[in-house]
Unconditional design. Structure first.
Length: 612
C-alpha cells in the first residue's frame, strides 16, 4: 500500500543532507508513493510536489508559521509519515505532528548540540536514522536517544546510475586533483589550510599537476584562503581554478585522478573508482585504502567522531602523503564491498520499513499482550512442565477476555495495519494476540471450537516436518497427550481465520546449532509450511524461546517479518520485531494473574522484577 510521505528540510545551501533527501523522495515517488517536500528552495526536483517554506528561519514568528503550515498540509494531504532532514526541520515537524497519529522520522547527518529545547531528544520524533556508526554512538551517549528508536542506515548510492558515468578526460600524463565540498564552516577552514600551505608546495614540485575546487558557499570561505587562492591563480594560471557549484559533480569526480572530500562526496568518488583523500570536519583519514576503510566509514569519511575533539589538519603530513601519491610511491587500492553496504534498493526498503514501524508506534503506542499456550487437554496430563491449560480453564479465560472487551488480532493483521492495507480506524482499542506452539491435537479438538465460539483468532506455530506425529523433544511426557495434529486438522485453523507460523523443522534448540544447520531448520520450515498449507508464513517462534543475535539475524534473512520469543524481548512490538515478548499461560491462572498478563504495564513490570 503506497504511503503519503512528507519530507521537511532546510536547504538554504546545498549540502549532502539535501542530496540525500532528494534521492529518497525521487525514489519513493518512482516506487508509487505520494511524496511532498517542504524546504527553503523551490524546484529541487520535478519528480514530486515541492513546496517552499523558510524552514531554516529560526525566528519565533516564522517557526510558528512553519508549524501551522505543516499541520495544515498534514491534515489536508492525509500524510502518513513526516521525514525531517535537519535539526530545524525536526524541531518544527515535531510540533506539527503533536497531537496527531502521524509519526516523525528524522535522519541525522552530523553531530547535534544538546540544550534545553532538545529535552529527552523528543524533537527528533518517533524514529531516528543515523548515517554512520560514530553518529549512533554520539546520539545514544551524548544526546540520550533511546537505542530502540535509533538505527544506522548510510547514505544510499545508486550504483546502476554510477556505472553509466565514464571518464571523459584524456589520459595525457596530466594529473587532476579535485577538492569537492562546501566551503563554509569547519570544512571550509580546513580547505583554506590546503590552499595556504599544501597546494603551493604541490604545484611547485609537480608541473603536471592541476587543482580544482568545486562546491558552494564560496562567499563564506576564509579570507586567508581566498587571498592564497588568488596568489596561486596569478602564479599558476589554469593549473588551479575554482569551479563553484556544479550540476554534474559525478562527472567532475570521474574525470579526476584524486578527490579530496568527505561525507557523500567521498562515497560517490569511491563508487566511481576515483582515488579518495578523506578530509572532513572532524578528522583526516588520508588516502583511503582497505586498511582504513572501516574507520573512514565509521566517521562518514572524516566528518563525524563519536566524541568531539579539537581538530586542525596537519598540513605537512597531508602535503607529504599527497606528494607520495603523485610520485607513485603511495597507491590506493579499490574500495571493495561498498555496494553491499550502500545499495539504494536495500536502504530504501529499510527506510520504508522504518516508516511503517513508526506508523504502528503511533497507532499502537502501548504494549500488545501476546499470550503463549501449548496444550488444551480435557484433564491435566502427566507432565514435568506446566505447558497446558485444561479445556474448562481455557474457556474461563476466553470469557475473561470477552468481559474486558479485548479483541484478538494475528501478526498478519498487525502487518496489514502497518502496511496501510487495513484502515487505522479499524485497529482494536484493546488488542491482544493468542499464540499456540507445536500444534497439539487437542488444539483442534478442544481449543479451536472454543476460540470460534467466542470469536477469537490467533497464530498457530507448527513444525515444517509434517511427518511428525508427536512431541518428541520433551522426554518423559505422556505420549498420548503430546500427539500432534495432522495436515487436515491444521488446515482447519486457516479456514477459521487463524495465521500459521513456523517453529523450525524438528524443534531443536537453535542456539546449539552451527550456522548452516540452524539456517536449514529455519528456512525449510517456512518453505515446507508454505508449500503444504498454501499460505504465506511471516512469523517464526523460537523453540524453547531461545535465541541470540546470530539466530535472530538468520530468521530475518530467511524472509520472516517477526521473531517470537518467550518472556524476553522489547516492551512494544516495534522495539524489536524479531524479539517479541510472549508471556506463558499456566494451568491455574487466577483472575488477578489474567488481569496482570493482559495489561499494558505487565511487560515493563516483568522485566523490572527479574532484572532484565
Amino acid at each position: 500500500m503506497p504511503l503519503r510521505i512528507l519530507h521537511v528540510l532546510s536547504s538554504n545551501f546545498f549540502a549532502g543532507s539535501v542530496a540525500y533527501a532528494i534521492q529518497l523522495a525521487e525514489r519513493q515517488s518512482a516506487d508509487g508513493h505520494e511524496v511532498f517536500m517542504v524546504t527553503d528552495q523551490a524546484g529541487l526536483s520535478d519528480s514530486f510536489t515541492c513546496l517552499t517554506l523558510p524552514i531554516s528561519d529560526r525566528s519565533l514568528v516564522q517557526r510558528f508559521r512553519n508549524i501551522l503550515f505543516l499541520r495544515r498540509l498534514i491534515r489536508e494531504r492525509n500524510i502518513s509519515v513526516v521525514h525531517a532532514h535537519s535539526r530545524a526541520a525536526s524541531w518544527v515537524s515535531s510540533h506539527a505532528v503533536r497531537g496527531t497519529r502521524v509519526p516523525l522520522v528524522s535522519t541525522i547527518h552530523g553531530r547535534q548540540v544538546k540544550h534545553s529545547r532538545l529535552k529527552s531528544a523528543r524533537v527528533y520524533g518517533d524514529r531516528v536514522i543515523a548515517i554512520c556508526p560514530n553518529l549512533v554512538e554520539h546520539l545514544q551517549q551524548e544526546i540520550g536517544i533511546d537505542q530502540n528508536k535509533l538505527e544506522f542506515l548510510p547514505n544510499p548510492l545508486d550504483f546502476e546510475r554510477l556505472k553509466q558515468i565514464r571518464r571523459t578526460r584524456p589520459d595525457d600524463g596530466q594529473v587532476l586533483i579535485s577538492v569537492v565540498g562546501r566551503f563554509n564552516g569547519p570544512k571550509g577552514e580546513h580547505f583554506s589550510l590546503l590552499v595556504q600551505y599544501v597546494f603551493p608546495l604541490l604545484l611547485e614540485k609537480f608541473p603536471r599537476l592541476s587543482l580544482q575546487m568545486a562546491g558552494g558557499e564560496w562567499d563564506s570561505f576564509p579570507q586567508a584562503g581566498k587571498k592564497a587562492f588568488a596568489n596561486l591563480c596569478s602564479l599558476y594560471g589554469e593549473r588551479i581554478r575554482f569551479v563553484g557549484f556544479t550540476s554534474q559533480p559525478l562527472q567532475l569526480m570521474a574525470d579526476s585522478d584524486l578527490v579530496i572530500g568527505a561525507g557523500r562526496v567521498a562515497l560517490e568518488a569511491l563508487a566511481l573508482g576515483t582515488p579518495l583523500y578523506a578530509l572532513g570536519e572532524a578528522c583526516c583519514h588520508g588516502l583511503i585504502t582497505p586498511d582504513n576503510l572501516v574507520a573512514a566509514i565509521g566517521s562518514n569519511f572524516g566528518d563525524i567522531l563519536s566524541v568531539k575533539s579539537p581538530f586542525t589538519p596537519d598540513t605537512a603530513a597531508i602535503a607529504g602523503e599527497l606528494g607520495s601519491f603523485l610520485q607513485g610511491t603511495l597507491q590506493p587500492a579499490p574500495a571493495a564491498g561498498l555496494q553491499a553496504q550502500y545499495d539504494l534498493d536495500t536502504i530504501m526498503q529499510n527506510i520504508i520499513g522504518i516508516y511503517r514501524s513508526a506508523v504502528m508506534g503511533r497507532l499502537s503506542p502501548k504494549p500488545i499482550p501476546i499470550l503463549l499456550y501449548h496444550r488444551v487437554p480435557d484433564t491435566p496430563p502427566v507432565t514435568r512442565h506446566k505447558t497446558f491449560v485444561t479445556t474448562g480453564n481455557f474457556e474461563k479465560q476466553l470469557r475473561f477476555f470477552v468481559q474486558r472487551r479485548m479483541q484478538s488480532i494475528t501478526l498478519k493483521e498487525y502487518q496489514a495495519f502497518a502496511n496501510g492495507d487495513l484502515p487505522p480506524e479499524k485497529f482494536p482499542r484493546k488488542p491482544f494476540i493468542l499464540t499456540f506452539d507445536d500444534g497439539y491435537r487437542d488444539n483442534f479438538h478442544n481449543m479451536l471450537p472454543l476460540a470460534v465460539k467466542y470469536g477469537f483468532r490467533g497464530v498457530l506455530f507448527i513444525l515444517g516436518d509434517f511427518s511428525a506425529d508427536g512431541n518428541f523433544w520433551d522426554e518423559g511426557e505422556d505420549p498420548q497427550a503430546n500427539r500432534l495434529m495432522n495436515t487436515d486438522q491444521k488446515r482447519a485453523f486457516l479456514d477459521a481465520g487463524w495465521e500459521i507460523g513456523a517453529h523450525t523443522l524438528t524443534h531443536p534448540d537453535l542456539t546449539q546449532l552451527d550456522d548452516q544447520t540452524a539456517l536449514y531448520e529455519i528456512s525449510e520450515s517456512k518453505n515446507c509450511i508454505e508449500e503444504v498449507m498454501q499460505t504465506g508464513v511471516i512469523s517464526f517462534a523460537y523453540p524453547f524461546g531461545r535465541y541470540d543475535r546470530r539466530i535472530r539475524e538468520l530468521v530475518r534473512q530467511c524472509g520472516f517479518d517477526f521473531g517470537i520469543a518467550t518472556d524476553s524481548g522489547g516492551i512494544v512490538i516495534e522495539d524489536d520485531r524479531f524479539a517479541l515478548f510472549r508471556v506463558n499461560m499456566f494451568p491455574e491462572e487466577s483472575l488477578f494473574s489474567l488481569y496482570k498478563k493482559t495489561s499494558s504495564w505487565y511487560r515493563a513490570y516483568y522485566r523490572r522484577k527479574r532484572g532484565k
